[in-house]
Design a protein around this ligand. Sequence first.
Ligand code: ADE
Length: 215
Amino acid sequence: MKIQIITLFPEMFDKVLNSSMLWKAQERAGVEYSLIDLREFGIGPRKQVDDPPYGGGDGMVLRPEPAVAAIEYAKKQDPSAVVYLPTPRGKTLKQSWVKQIAGSGEKGIIIFCPRYEGYDERITKWVDEQYSIGNYVLTGGELPAMILVDSVVRLLPGVLGGVTSAEKESFYEDDESIEHAQYTRPETFREMDVPDVLLSGHHANIEKWKSDNNG
Ligand code: ADE
């Protein structure tokens, strides 16, 4: 799966994509990351990407030309890829949607990260899906892009390997509850004991405890 991210701040992704499971996913699941610097598509010698909004208002708005040129460039690398735009106005990202994206096989992902106070609405004509990660406003689309990548990639076959089965985990479906509470050593920590049942070796009781003690 090809994952292309269009951003003014590619360096924000360095640590995230080069660590842990997202990094291993390249080898384990054929994930291919590509960071596209929106600035390179900027206008004129100063590579301008934004301008004040028509009608007045605070801040700057991303112009459509660099954004669309960058999306078209990414599409050329992967014509069947789906273009995502993180925005608080989008549809809330849920596990069922993430699962659908991960399950769509080889279909690549392009994420356009808006920045500043906004983007020219005409950009959305080149966007397939608009998603929100919750009812709060961030300074840009980079963190929501990382969240989409992380949540999708961990579901790709081979990524989590023998470590754990993603299918059994929390939020497998939106309406399933969070994974049960877990404990490890030591048995007693600052006068708090691990529940006896988990040390009992009684499989049926343990399973019952787990289902009684999830979120
Ligand atoms: N950009 C800024 N805030 C956002 C949010 N909550 N979800 C997705 N994109 C955003």
